[in-house]
Design a protein around this ligand. Structure first.
Ligand SMILES: [Zn+2]
Length: 495
């Protein structure tokens, strides 16, 4: 049996001097927008930056390794509990059977939680940190370069610089050929139970549609835009080929003004315009990518025959956008950059503050966002070029005397949305969970992740400990104090 630490991920070494390290960590917790402002005045040496990069990479491996081990321990414990149940099932009294079912159910939950943290939330937290480190390192020079391009007019040579001709330029021919793919995908998603149900509040739906149509009508889109609002708490929006844009309730909850929403919708419209899904899907069929989505859902659901749709709801911060094949959505590094640029141009051309998209992205990159926005970042991976290219595009777009940021219609939508959210939460509480078929179990005990807590704190690497007094002993003390459940009798100390 594997025990914690057996994967040999070593406690990350800190090579940055302690005096610098703490402040450096603080800077890496700042928002992208703040770092754009302050990075020219930060004076980290190239050696310090390299050491920090090495540190972050090994801290990520360490933390991921610990949670992989944790998932393995739960899996082992789960298996022996299931074996035991099989052996003694005929002798069990009802209360004892109930107790055993509850144990197995909780073990499954902990195993899935640990797996999701190891596979998604923790890597994501560190990817955002690394992107911010790149920003600190590179933005001061890149900013000077952008100013130079503005001064000498060479910014006119960038890709899709002809923003005055939006709506009259050909980004990619054949958009209408994707309509069939989009329709077919939706049909199959509905059949497979992958599609969350639609939100049925007219005010909310009409409002989201009106923002989408406004942006679409001032974009390069040549096919009709179909906007659907899904009643799912997932913080995400995605577009299927051919102009089918899906906005989830969680995303509406996470936006703070209309320019943020318009920015996200502009980005998705950009994918449709540039036919990214079509380009990446060329060799795959819709059946095969949806089968993969089903398998992904099933691999997370360890509890028998569970409808994917039901599971997508229960998985909490993950949902349909999380399960969909990235090829279908046209997600690749290069295509994200293209959709970012087009999206900002479309938001700008519709009168919105083009920085709304950056602000939203930045908000998702907060520690709370890492977890709740796990799905968002899977479909919109964070990396430095993304932030810097968006900021450059913002600099190059002709300024307007006034941008739309907030509207009363947005605020009205938010009020209606609050009612929808309350109802949905209530229903969720009352609905028996198919992931938890045994009713009336005692609470599962402490989960690994507390909402709002920085993900990195889960592992207590040096960054969360006072460095001066740092030793493995204090790390152990911290870990045991933080209330982790002991797993399968294995030792969870840091080695
Ligand atoms: Zn995208």
């Amino acid at each position: 049996m594997q025990t914690a630490g057996s994967r040999n991920e070593a406690m990350p070494k800190v090579l940055v001097r302690p005096k610098v390290f703490g402040g450096f960590q603080q800077d890496l917790r700042k928002s992208y927008l703040e770092l754009f402002e302050i990075s020219p005045s930060l004076k980290y040496t190239p050696e310090q930056i390299d050491s920090m990069r090495d540190y972050l990479k090994s801290a990520k491996d360490y933390c991921v390794g610990r949670f992989k081990d944790r998932a393995t321990s739960w899996e082992n414990r789960l298996q022996s509990a299931e074996d035991r149940l099989k052996q003694i099932t005929s002798e069990l009294t009802e209360p004892r059977r109930h107790k055993m079912h509850c144990t197995i159910q909780n073990d499954r939950k902990f195993k899935t939680d640990a797996q999701l943290l190891a596979d998604h939330s923790i890597p994501l937290a560190y990817e955002n940190r690394l992107a911010k480190l790149d920003l600190i390192e590179k933005w001061p020079a890149d900013y000077q370069q952008a100013k130079q391009e503005l001064a000498d007019g060479s910014y006119h040579d960038r890709r899709w610089a002809d923003v005055e001709d939006i709506g009259f330029r050909q980004i990619e021919p054949g958009q209408q050929d994707d309509i069939r793919t989009g329709e077919e995908t939706i049909k199959q998603m509905k059949q497979s139970g992958l599609m969350p149900k639609e939100l049925d509040n007219r005010t909310v739906v009409d409002y989201v549609n009106s923002v989408g149509q406004r942006v679409a009508s001032r974009s390069d889109l040549r096919v009709p835009l179909h906007v659907t609002v899904l009643n799912s708490k997932e913080i995400n929006a995605f577009a299927l080929p051919g102009g089918y844009l899906f906005v989830e309730r969680g995303l509406l909850e996470a936006t703070d003004d209309e320019s943020e929403l318009a920015g996200v919708m502009g980005h998705e419209i950009g994918h449709v315009v540039a036919r990214h899904g079509h380009k990446l899907m060329r060799r795959a069929t819709i059946e095969s990518v949806l089968t993969r989505a089903g398998e992904a859902a099933a691999s997370m659901a360890t509890g028998g025959a569970v409808g994917i749709g039901a599971y997508a709801v229960q998985i909490g911060f993950y949902g349909v956008g999380f399960l969909l094949d990235l090829n279908l959505l046209g997600v690749s590094r290069e295509y994200e950059l293209q959709a970012d640029q087009l999206g900002m141009q479309y938001a700008w051309n519709s009168g919105y503050d083009p920085r709304g998209f950056i602000r939203f992205f930045d908000k998702m990159a907060s520690s709370k966002g890492y977890v709740e926005g796990g799905s968002w970042f899977k479909d919109h991976p964070p990396f430095y070029e993304r932030m810097v290219d968006s900021e450059r595009e913002h600099m190059f777009l002709p300024g307007k005397p006034k941008y739309i940021v907030q509207t009363t219609a947005f605020e009205k939508m938010k009020k209606e949305l609050a009612k929808v959210t309350a109802t949905a939460k209530n229903e969720e509480r009352q609905r028996p969970s198919s992931m938890a078929p045994e009713r009336g179990c005692p609470a599962a005990g402490k989960t690994d992740y507390k909402p709002g807590e920085p993900v990195e704190n889960l592992c207590s690497p040096p960054e969360t400990t006072r460095l001066k007094h740092f030793s493995y002993r204090t790390a152990i003390a911290r870990t045991s104090k933080s209330g982790y459940a002991k797993v399968g009798g294995s030792n969870h100390e840091i080695r």
